[in-house]
Design a protein around this ligand. Structure first.
Ligand code: HEM
Length: 344
């Protein structure tokens, strides 16, 4: 009987999502609340069950090729979703190019010369437009690509709520003010995350995204040569790690030289990021202050995730769902872009 009820509920929900997704995807309510709840039009994992059942397969097949060709691409795509969600919500605003009506977020300080992966998103979108025209939003593609990239590098899988729609606007100033800079104090990081409805647990777990990918010399140079305004290196840096970093990141020049955020396994999603922080080998100030910033619960979380990879994976997945739920456009809001780089 219980099974029958569950099955029936699922069918009703699926049919509703199908019929509604044709005209106004997302016309279905979980009764979600608050800034991260999506108002009365909620997101749900089966959103494309009938309107584009192959959506995730298409995303994964493009990702597999792209990541095999360049392993760093997984990291770049994970970061794109983060930079999307922190600026007016997860609405693919980060993908919009400059145009007569758009001032692109791509030129903001955190994004310029830095975020990448747009060609991979374009390829996914082209394939999805062939398979199911104007059904799958660019914002959902970003969320699916972030999950897929995590899974393909060895990280956790999560049930991903879908049904985001795409914005018709971007916010350059939002990108400049809402994305935390790499030299943030722990207090600043907490404030930036709180603004998005995310707490300290989310902050520490999501920072674990730095278990893959790289950063440019310019983002950590200050630590090597002039921490705290004196001509001294950051004293929390382990000595041999510090010497290695100096060789890729000279005092003058070399700003675009790159170093892995997790040098022990830069293309593997694991918990070594936290182990490195404990041993003075975290790369960015924003990474090390999670442990050195004197906020007891953050320090404790770094220790726990370093000790227990399963615990980190579990919380990372939970916090990714939470981040992915920041202010989505649903129901009648926004649109489904045909090309992720421009409004229809
Ligand atoms: C806590 C605040 C955060 C700060 C201050 C921060 C800062 C940065 C910086 C400065 C870089 C290097 C950019 C460059 O050199 O061009 C970077 C890279 C990266 N970030 Fe973060 N980040 C934060 C949170 C996150 C979150 C929440 C995620 C995802 C869940 C994430 C995922 C990544 C990834 C995967 C890369 C490597 C990208 C690549 O190799 O292309 N970061 N981050």
């Amino acid at each position: 009987m219980a099974l029958l009820k569950v099955t029936f509920g699922f069918i009703v929900m699926s049919v509703l999502s199908f019929t509604s997704s044709l005209a106004y995807p997302g016309f279905f309510s979980w009764g979600g609340t608050g800034p991260a709840g999506g108002g009365s039009f909620g997101l749900f994992p089966e959103f494309y069950q009938f309107s584009c059942p192959q959506a995730n397969e298409v995303v994964m097949s493009v990702l597999k090729k792209a990541i095999a060709k360049e392993p760093r691409m997984a990291a770049s795509l994970l970061r794109l979703h983060f930079h999307d969600c922190f600026v007016q919500g997860c609405d693919a605003s980060v993908l919009l190019d400059d145009s007569a009506t758009i001032v692109s977020e791509k030129n903001s300080a955190p994004n310029r010369n830095s975020i990448r992966g747009f060609e991979v998103i374009d390829e996914i979108k082209t394939k999805l437009e062939e398979a199911c025209p104007q059904i799958v939003s660019c914002a959902d593609i970003l969320a699916l690509a972030a999950r897929g990239s995590t899974v393909l590098t060895g990280g956790p899988y999560w049930e991903l709520p879908l049904g985001r729609r795409d914005s018709r606007a971007a916010s350059l100033s939002g990108a400049n003010t809402n994305i935390p800079p790499p030299n943030s104090t722990i207090q600043n990081l907490i404030t930036f995350f709180k603004r998005q409805g995310l707490n300290k647990v989310d902050l520490v777990a999501l920072s674990g995204g730095h278990t893959i990918g790289v950063a440019r010399c310019v983002t950590f140079k200050q630590r090597l040569y002039s921490q705290n305004g004196q001509n001294q290196p950051d004293e929390t840096l382990e000595k041999t790690y510090y010497l290695g970093l100096k060789s890729v990141c000279p005092r003058s020049g070399g700003d675009d030289n790159i170093s892995p955020l997790d040098f022990s396994s830069p293309v593997k999603f694991d918990n070594s990021y936290f182990k490195l922080i404990l041993s003075g080998k975290g790369l960015l100030i924003s990474d090390v202050v999670l442990f050195t910033g004197n906020i007891g619960d953050a320090m404790e979380l770094v220790r726990s995730y370093a000790e227990d990879e399963g615990l980190f994976f579990h919380q990372f997945a939970k916090s990714m769902v939470k981040m992915g739920n920041i202010n989505p456009l649903t129901g009648f809001d926004g649109e489904i872009r045909k090309n992720c780089r421009r409004v229809n």
